[in-house]
Design a protein around this ligand. Structure first.
Ligand SMILES: NC(=O)c1ccc[n+]([C@@H]2O[C@H](COP(=O)([O-])OP(=O)(O)OC[C@H]3O[C@@H](n4cnc5c(N)ncnc54)[C@H](O)[C@@H]3O)[C@@H](O)[C@H]2O)c1
Ligand SMILES: [Zn+2]
Length: 349
């Protein structure tokens, strides 16, 4: 009888079960492992021009569709174009799609794979910090419609997620900062020790040390995995991931801000709201940490306009809003806040 043997890379595989499906995670597995996970002959890679240009060599020998980069392309027209390309390539029910890129590419790929021939297998190789710690995990896939972000989509888990920190070498500094807003978010809601670790380190240290960034990414991925496992369809716990996002989204629709910047400002204000509603006493530490990672905290914005958008937020329930507020670093709760109260506190800053 043959003994089944594994390489050290394959040993890094971890399987996480969600309600609807399981996902294989290969933390720090490396791009070259992709050949072992999926047959190149029956696989189509989807990436964007930036990732493709920076890592062209990696794509040799793979069927690849290269898309224009940016949120503007996370729309139905791109889905149509990719579907046509897949038909042209004679992709069938046995084809696997692999999204290699930031959150725009993973959202698009997961969505296309969910509708092409009523659903084919898909996996991700996330290449931005944001996609590694957030967008690739949890099964939400979709596209924007006009000004409405993620208006159309599905919840469907990828078959596998493969990490390769080497791809981060080409990630622009600003995109590192953008992704670290979600890392700080995770620390605030779930992980006081990680928060302290972030205080001790800085972005340069994570950029320079493969070990440090690997550990940080894996720890963050696990936080998101656990929250989603407990609440895949966002009825309770998953809402905690919206920390900083309520005001953040409202700001994003009105101003030219990166998502992470908007969330950082949203977290700052949420801390102040928490001071009054949960007795939170660590706002200074959160603000220092955001500033350390070059993220904005306070901002001069048109309060009335932004508040109007905020009122339309989907988390609103009649006159009240569900707001994610920290109790202490490492622990957050969802509180019902009246719109009046919220307006009063936000107006004060
Ligand atoms: N599905 C979810 O649960 C979820 C969660 C959070 C965010 N998202 C979505 O994720 C998207 C944002 O993700 P993002 O910030 O990664 O955006 P993105 O995919 O647009 O990537 C940001 C920029 O970095 C470039 N890039 C990415 N990786 C690179 C690399 N290794 N080298 C060089 N350039 C690289 C991209 O080309 C792009 O220009 C949004 O559409 C958002 O809605 C989804
Ligand atoms: Zn976010």
């Amino acid at each position: 009888m043959n003994i089944e043997h594994f390489t050290s890379e394959e040993m890094k595989k971890q399987i996480f079960k969600f309600t609807t499906a399981s996902t294989e995670f290969y933390f720090a597995g490396g791009f070259s492992l992709l050949r072992k996970i999926t047959d190149p002959k029956a696989t189509v890679l989807i990436t964007d021009e930036h990732v493709y240009k920076a890592h062209e060599r990696r794509f040799r020998g793979w069927n690849t569709i290269v898309l224009k980069s940016g949120e503007d392309y996370k729309v139905q027209a791109t889905v149509d174009a990719v579907v046509e390309a897949l038909i042209e390539m004679e992709a069938d029910r046995k084809t696997t799609l692999v999204g290699i890129g930031g959150g725009v590419i993973t959202d698009l790929t997961g969505y296309i794979a969910s509708v092409y021939m009523r659903g084919i297998r898909f996996g991700f190789l996330p290449t931005s910090i944001l996609a590694l710690v957030d967008a690739s995990i949890g099964g939400k896939n979709g596209i924007d419609v006009g000004q409405y972000k993620n208006m159309v989509g599905v919840i469907r888990q990828p078959s596998f997620i493969l990490h390769d920190m080497g791809l981060l070498k080409s990630l622009p500094r600003q995109e590192w900062e953008n992704g670290f807003a979600e890392v700080i978010k995770h620390a605030c809601i779930r992980d006081a020790a990680m928060f302290a670790g972030l205080e001790k380190n800085n972005l340069d240290a994570y950029q320079k040390s493969r070990k440090k960034i690997c550990e940080l990414v894996e720890r963050n991925a696990l936080i998101k995995i656990k929250v989603v496992q407990r609440d895949e369809f966002e009825k309770a716990d998953r809402r905690l991931l919206n920390f900083g996002h309520t005001l953040g989204h409202a700001l994003e629709t009105q101003y030219e801000l990166l998502h992470g910047q908007a969330v950082a400002i949203g977290m700052t204000y949420a801390c102040h709201i928490a001071e009054q509603l949960t007795g939170f006493r660590q706002t200074d530490r959160v603000i220092h940490l955001l500033e350390k990672y070059n993220l904005p905290t306070y901002a001069r914005f048109d309060k009335e306009k932004v508040f109007h958008v905020l009122k339309m937020d989907k988390k609103r329930e009649r006159k009240d809003m569900n707001y994610v507020l920290p109790e202490r670093i490492g622990k957050a709760v969802v509180k019902t806040v009246s719109l009046k109260q919220l307006e009063k506190i936000i107006q004060a800053f």
